[in-house]
Write a protein that binds this ligand. Structure first.
Ligand code: MET
Ligand SMILES: [Zn+2]
Length: 764
């Protein structure tokens, strides 16, 4: 019998109950008990949902209040010294996630990074050379027991020791030669202890995630993997170990684990379908194969016929008792269910499948394999119909778009003049001081702003009333920026629910879910729009608003757009054409908007590409192909302007060292970047490779409610000056301010502009 299995379920709940719960706890509206009870209820709901669907392996410990990696650090006692004096438990835990300011305490948060190539963020573990680990297995064991108490035998999920160490970084000041992986032997005994506790509690399977197995690793890692898994497989004969890989092909890294006596391997057959055959040939007779056939990163229905063909290959080679049917990765990256989607066009809704539906797909595929197709004939027929309907729908292809794509010429991918000449023209036109100040775009999306938008969407107020409200917000925002002396202003993005959704709503080829939320970091969720067809721009999207904002001030007002690669990365995208083609369609639409903004008198235009790096393929050999078209797409969107028009771009959470040539090739006149959470090491790239254009390295971290002091900002700017020449530096926060409150923003930006002014005189 092929088993129906899952690797992880989204934790937020059908209506983001977890978000509310956690945020209410942070603001003191509910106490710890209510938080714990609410979380327990959610976990139970999710387990039962999977059980009732008919899954054989249901995950536990896939729940988290913030992030599974920080949970893991907490469980293994990897708590940086700066949090050691806080109250143990949730205070320490959440301080690691978000920092903590209270009387006598002021600790910043840990660094946050993107989880491989997803838009999920994890908290980066910090290891000391002399790291002492200590096991606090309560969460993992309790959740296992909790499920058992409602009659569900779960398969606990934990992060594997090698990947865990590789995800972390040495603490500041650690000797150069120290690498966290050197701690493996010290860490393993605690894993053994944990596994033995789980076995003692009755667990029969454990899922150990080793996503690093899909990354390029030197062959010396065979030693680490071998020592880890020969130790862990010895712990208990009754506890079987599944090693999960996902997001890419395992490739030759299979050698690292194939000789260890593990019981099963999970592979991602959506991202890397080509790996099935070679793995089937090499799999030892004692090892089962978990087939990641259901896309855990996208929302389209699985093509059952295609999936069954693949699964059948595995069954023929291994026998059905050695085959698991599974999602490609944890379903964490998909929304909860399509059940609450009332507004999506029924034709398109019929093509979609979210986490809950994917669970059912897994079960149906397993049944078709185990019982014979007739037992699920209705489901198979319905699926064939949906797949066919999507293939042949007239809503997907637009001849106008196809036509436009054929008329692209090479000069649509470059600026008219080189940077130095543009810089002169822009300086003449804009007349900015040295150390010019700006912000990354958004200002606080207050409760009021969101409430008014909700009213508008429900039809409780009309367009004119809504526009009026937005205009007032813009005016307040402009006045504030003028008052504190910001040089390049923004309108504040109050009209935008989200930087991608807003543009998607104004483009053809997109649809929107009402409730398709996916966790991004902590309690923050995003609702990726869905690109289902050819993209084009029927009308200008931002011109009126930016024109209005410009009319309020004599200072330059920055037009604010989301770039093509980010539009792609943060949407659920078509899987029926190459990503490049979709991105170029987006780029062309943005190019038209840039053109219209310039024609409306806007001389500074920012095209945000925060996601360009996260789009990088996980395997280095695939990088060039991606970078070529990604940079081309940005160029296509941004180069149709006069040399005196200043193009900005913005990126966050990126390590630029290895893609600096591509960033240079993007040729933005100014780039603002995030660098305040991850020290200044990001700036190495700009220093060493002599990046030529202007740069605004984020002066402070906007992801935390802390207000940076002037001293702090000054020290940071001084440090930045060591990397970047003073006539190229811009002064700005490290990202948009929409998640912050006004009082913090006012205080922080005031400090920031004061420091810029000070530097103008010192450095003049
Ligand atoms: C994640 S990058 C955000 C950029 C956007 N312009 C903002 O300020 O919110
Ligand atoms: Zn950003």
């Amino acid at each position: 019998m092929a088993l129906a299995t899952n690797l992880g379920f989204p934790r937020m709940g059908a209506n983001r109950e977890l978000k509310r719960l956690v945020e209410n706890f942070w603001s003191g509206k509910v106490d710890e008990n209510a938080l714990l009870n609410g979380a327990k209820k959610l976990r139970e709901e999710h387990w039962l949902l999977q059980k009732n669907a008919g899954l054989d392996h249901i995950p536990s410990n896939d729940f988290s209040f913030y992030d599974q990696v920080v949970d893991h650090s907490y469980a293994f006692g990897v708590i940086p010294a700066r949090y050691k004096n806080l109250n143990p438990g949730l205070e320490t835990y959440f301080a690691m996630c978000r920092g903590l300011q209270k009387p006598g305490v002021d600790v910043p948060a840990c660094e946050m990074k993107k989880w491989f190539d997803t838009n999920y963020h994890y908290i980066v573990p910090e290891f000391e050379p002399n790291q002492q680990f200590s096991l606090n297995s309560a969460k993992i064991i309790d959740e296992y027991n909790e499920a058992k108490a409602v009659g569900i035998q779960t398969r606990p999920v934990i992060l594997g020791p090698v990947s865990y160490l590789l995800l972390g970084k040495p603490i500041r000041g650690a000797p150069q030669e120290f690498e966290p992986i050197q701690l493996l032997n010290r860490l393993l005994p605690l894993y053994e202890e944990l596994l033995s506790k789980l076995a003692g509690a009755g667990a029969t399977w454990i899922q150990i995630d080793e996503p690093y197995l899909v990354i390029d690793l030197p062959s010396t890692f065979k030693k680490e993997y071998a020592s880890a898994y020969s130790a862990l497989t010895k712990v208990s004969p009754q506890l079987k170990i599944l090693i999960a890989t996902y997001f890419e092909r395992i490739g030759t890294n299979l050698d690292f684990i194939i000789d260890t006596p593990i019981n099963a391997i999970h592979i991602d057959l959506v991202r890397a379908p080509g790996q099935l055959e070679s793995i089937l040939k090499r799999l030892p007779a004692t090892v089962s194969l978990s087939l990641g056939l259901i896309n855990g990163r996208n929302i389209w229905k699985t093509n059952f016929d295609a999936a069954l063909t693949e699964a059948q290959k595995a069954i023929t080679a291994l026998g059905s008792e050695r085959v698991f049917i599974a999602p490609s990765c944890s379903l964490l990256h998909t929304p909860h269910s399509i059940q609450s989607e009332k507004k999506i066009d029924p034709e398109i809704l019929d093509w979609l499948s979210f986490a809950t539906e994917k669970i059912k797909e897994i079960v149906t595929i397993s049944k078709a394999l185990n019982n014979n197709a007739q037992s699920v004939q209705i489901e198979l027929d319905a699926n064939r119909k949906s797949i066919q309907s999507r293939k042949t729908s007239t809503r997907i292809h637009s001849t106008i778009v196809q036509q436009k794509m054929k008329t692209l010429t090479p000069d649509m991918f470059k600026r008219k003049d080189p940077f130095r000449e543009r810089q002169l023209k822009q300086r003449q036109k804009l007349g900015l001081p040295s150390f010019p100040t700006t912000t990354v775009g958004s200002f606080p999306q207050t409760k009021e702003v969101r409430a008014v938008r909700a009213k508008f969407k429900k039809g409780e107020i009309d367009q004119a009333q809504y526009d009026d409200f937005i205009k007032k917000e813009i005016e307040k925002c402009v006045r504030f920026q003028e008052e504190i002396g910001i040089d390049v202003l923004v309108h504040g993005e109050f009209e935008r629910n989200d930087m991608v959704e807003y543009f998607g709503e104004n483009l053809q080829g997109y649809i929107f879910s009402g409730n398709g939320w996916v966790q991004s970091y902590g309690s923050r969720c995003i609702k990726p729009p869905i690109i289902f067809g050819d993209v084009f721009r029927p009308n200008p999207m931002t011109v009126e608003i930016v024109k209005y904002a410009q009319s309020l001030t004599s200072k330059p007002m920055k037009g604010m757009l989301t770039g093509p690669v980010t539009m792609l990365q943060w949407s659920f995208v078509r899987d029926d054409q190459p990503r490049k083609d979709t991105t170029f369609q987006l780029a062309l639409a943005i190019r038209e908007e840039v053109h219209d903004l310039e024609a409306a008198g806007i001389s500074v235009i920012q095209i945000d590409e925060p996601a360009i790096r996260e789009g990088l393929p996980l395997r280095k050999e695939d990088w060039n192909e991606y970078l070529n078209w990604a940079v081309d797409a940005f160029l296509l969107s941004s180069t149709g302007v006069d040399s005196s028009t200043q193009i900005h771009t913005h990126m966050c959470y990126s390590d630029f060292n290895d893609i600096i040539e591509s960033i240079q090739r993007m040729d933005a006149d100014v780039i603002t970047i995030e660098n305040s959470r991850s020290d200044l090491k990001l700036l190495n790239a700009f220093e060493k490779r002599e990046y030529t254009n202007e740069i605004g390295p984020g002066l402070y971290d906007i992801h935390s409610p802390r207000v940076p002091s002037k001293e702090e900002l000054k020290t940071r700017l001084q440090a930045i000056l060591k990397y970047i020449s003073k006539n190229l530096i811009w002064v700005n926060p490290d990202c948009g301010l929409k998640t912050r409150g006004w009082s913090e923003v006012e205080a922080a930006l005031k400090n920031m502009t004061d420091i810029a002014k000070e530097f103008r005189t010192i450095e003049a």
